[in-house]
Design a protein around this ligand. Structure first.
Ligand code: TXA
Ligand code: MG
Length: 348
């Protein structure tokens, strides 16, 4: 299949182009589109055959449910059984934005979206191009990240092209996704909301608005079965092995020096901050590849660059990537969750 690309001039919504993309969505095709977190792969959420195309194109296990994207708060009503006061408060405070709420689903939502669960995950993305596309499509849009399952999520249209060209009808190019990690998935079906996946909305921000917020046990206990089906799969893995460096920045620098001295593997990558790069020897040998994520103090920039860096290292043909670790506060919690998954839990 030919994959069309609509490049939004100035990364702003272009009505004529978005009408074409929206029309294809209405006809049951699947389309890559930008959001503020990562690029999504959209389908009409009410069209089962269209939704099945998503699973096929991504190679996604069919027990892993999808997020439904809407463009206005009033559209949530038809998709859910009830909206508790806490859920409403969260919607009013964080939508549009990188927060996905898991709610009891209505009859309207097909089982193929929710992988047979009686809950549905919903969010309003904070990206003008995504909002306009959904509005023009006039249907709720199912959208997982637009990558081949298991690969790092796409933060540019180019990443979507690398993974899905020829398999999808089109890609709406709205520039680089600003946040760079996916939305926070929050289960609000129980008494105390539970974070199933840390993401763009931080636990700290949620607690400021609703008080108590717990973390799914699987986020700190590797043996616990995650409540979110998607969290049990290997994720974000580049071809290279990823190993996370532990300890203070000083200790991590010491570990890098040791690796440089041993220098066993043909090509070694270091995915690190500017600060750590600055303390390394100036004359590194040719088989050492440095990928600089940003300044340690700018954890948002580091997070925004993570997935792109993982893909970049693959093009550099490194066999192992040693990754700097960062404090797990604010967005750092989502960053370290993705890194730990990319590493399959391996640390040094
Ligand atoms: O930022 C994002 O959330 C991006 C953009 C495109 O919106 N989307 C995204 O979708 O990351 P995906 O499919 O890659 O991840 C959705 C996550 C998975 O871990 C899935 O298991 C979980 O949400 N999920 C979906 N529906 C659920 C439900 N009813 N109950 C529990 N977890 C659910
Ligand atoms: Mg994903």
């Amino acid at each position: 299949m030919e994959t069309r690309v609509w490049k939004m001039p100035g990364d702003k919504p272009n009505l004529a182009m978005l009408r074409e993309a929206a029309q294809l969505l209405r006809e049951g095709e699947i389309i890559g589109f930008p959001t503020e977190t990562v690029y999504g792969l959209g389908a009409n959420a009410l069209d089962e055959d269209a939704v099945k195309k998503i699973y096929k194109a991504k190679g996604r296990p069919d027990d892993n449910p999808l997020i439904v994207h809407i463009c206005k708060l009033e559209h949530v009503k038809e998709l859910v059984k009830e909206i508790t006061p806490t859920a409403l408060k969260l919607m009013e405070n964080f939508w549009p934005g990188p927060l996905t709420l898991v709610l009891p689903k209505s009859e309207l939502v097909p089982g193929v979206i929710t992988a047979g669960l009686d809950t549905v995950a919903i969010r309003i993305p904070a990206h003008p191009v995504a909002l306009k596309l959904i509005e023009l499509a006039q249907v709720p849009v199912a959208g997982p990240s637009a990558n081949i399952s298991g690969k790092p999520s796409p933060t540019t249209a180019e990443h979507v092209w690398q993974d899905l060209k020829g398999k999808i009808a089109g890609i709406v190019d709205g520039g680089k996704a600003g946040i760079g990690v996916e939305s926070t998935v929050l289960d609000v079906t129980g008494k105390v909301p539970i974070i199933l996946r840390p993401g763009g909305t931080t636990r700290e921000q949620l607690m400021e608005v609703i008080g108590e917020v717990s973390l799914d046990a699987s986020l700190h206990d590797l043996l616990a079965v995650p409540r979110s089906p998607g969290m049990k799969y290997t994720h974000y893995s580049p071809e290279a092995e990823v190993i996370i460096l532990k300890g203070t920045s000083h200790e991590q620098a010491g570990k890098i020096y040791k690796i440089l001295n041993e220098n066993k593997v043909p090509r070694i990558g270091f995915m690190i901050s500017q600060e750590l790069a600055a303390v390394l020897p100036k004359n590194l040998s040719e088989n050492i590849v440095l990928g600089i994520l940003g300044r340690q103090g700018d954890i948002e920039a580091i997070t925004a660059n993570l997935f792109d860096a993982l893909r970049w290292f693959d093009q550099k043909n490194v066999s192992v990537i040693y990754a700097e670790s960062f404090p797990e506060i604010n967005i750092g919690a989502a960053l370290m969750n993705r890194l730990l998954k990319a590493a399959g839990g391996k640390t040094l």
